[in-house]
Design a protein around this ligand. Structure first.
Ligand code: UDP
Ligand code: MN
Length: 258
């Protein structure tokens, strides 16, 4: 049977959250055998996310894990200062390992794990590419790292180096959106997780180091020549007029969920 794709997504409350999760969930509706592990960066599950998942028709697991206060990006901090979504991805991994251990039967190790941020743009083709992952598969990511795209460079069917604008000497200069790992490998390495203390740009490497070598990477998307995922970022909506109206008692009805 088709291996299940376990998608781990960190998410946090902000004005665009419902829009992001709506777009994402409706992409996933087109992907067979997908199990969405959505991890809220919050001390509790929120009604907005609970309701959205319930109405989504997806197979999902709803988790929450707040980011430690000293790890959280503060208003005004540059976005590169601290890695985001770390504790949430690790919580997703923890749940997955525990859940698989509890599943009886021989195919509880069959599957693929992918880390999908809630603001990126995903082609349906991407999921069919990653489904055949044996250990770790890789592909290009568009609009990332100050580049049109970053990608592994493939020669003779093997990844030999990386096309990236920044520190190509990193062990794995790959964006979070640019790789998937087989469930088997995740379960065989129960300690593998994301290191929130990893220096800038080394978060992905902190997870992949020890799981795989560059030589073993499986290039997808026509030998990494096709862009099937984009590191899009959503503009923060301006609330100037909302605030002006609020000051006059004429703000939008807070009972309307946005
Ligand atoms: N995220 C989170 N808590 C935060 C900030 C971000 O859980 O305080 C999530 C966010 O929803 C996304 C992922 O972490 O799924 C990566 O964050 P973001 O897209 O802001 O990072 P960037 O696009 O800058 O890499
Ligand atoms: Mn993002």
């Amino acid at each position: 049977s088709l291996p299940t794709i376990f998608v781990i997504t960190p998410t946090y409350a902000r004005l665009v959250q419902k829009a992001e999760l709506t777009r994402m969930s409706q992409t996933f509706l087109h992907v067979p055998r997908l199990h969405w592990i959505l991890v809220e960066d919050s001390p509790h599950k929120t009604p907005l996310v609970t309701d959205l998942l319930m109405k989504s028709s997806l197979t999902y697991t709803h988790l929450h894990m707040p980011t430690a206060k000293d790890r959280k990006l503060q208003e005004g901090d540059p976005s590169w200062l601290k890695p985001r979504g770390v504790e949430q991805r690790n919580e997703g991994l923890r749940w997955l390992r525990e859940d698989r251990r509890a599943q009886p039967g021989g195919d509880n190790q069959q599957g693929v794990v992918y880390f999908a941020d809630d603001d990126n743009t995903y082609s349906l083709q991407l999921f069919e590419e990653m489904r055949s992952t044996q250990r770790v598969s890789v592909w290009p990511v568009g609009l990332v790292g100050g580049m049109k795209y970053e990608r592994p460079v493939v020669e003779g069917g093997k990844v030999v180096r990386f096309h990236t604008g920044w520190r190509p000497s990193r062990p794995f200069p790959i964006d979070m959106a640019g790789f998937a790992v087989s469930l088997k490998l995740v379960l065989a390495n129960p300690e593998a997780c994301f290191d929130g203390e990893a220096p800038m740009g080394l978060l992905e490497s902190s997870f992949l180091q020890g799981l795989v070598t560059m030589d073993e990477l499986e290039p997808k998307a026509d030998n990494c020549t096709k862009v099937l995922v984009w590191h899009t970022r959503t503009e923060k909506p301006k609330m100037k007029r909302e605030e002006a109206l609020q000051a006059q008692g004429l703000g939008s009805d807070p009972a309307v969920e946005v």
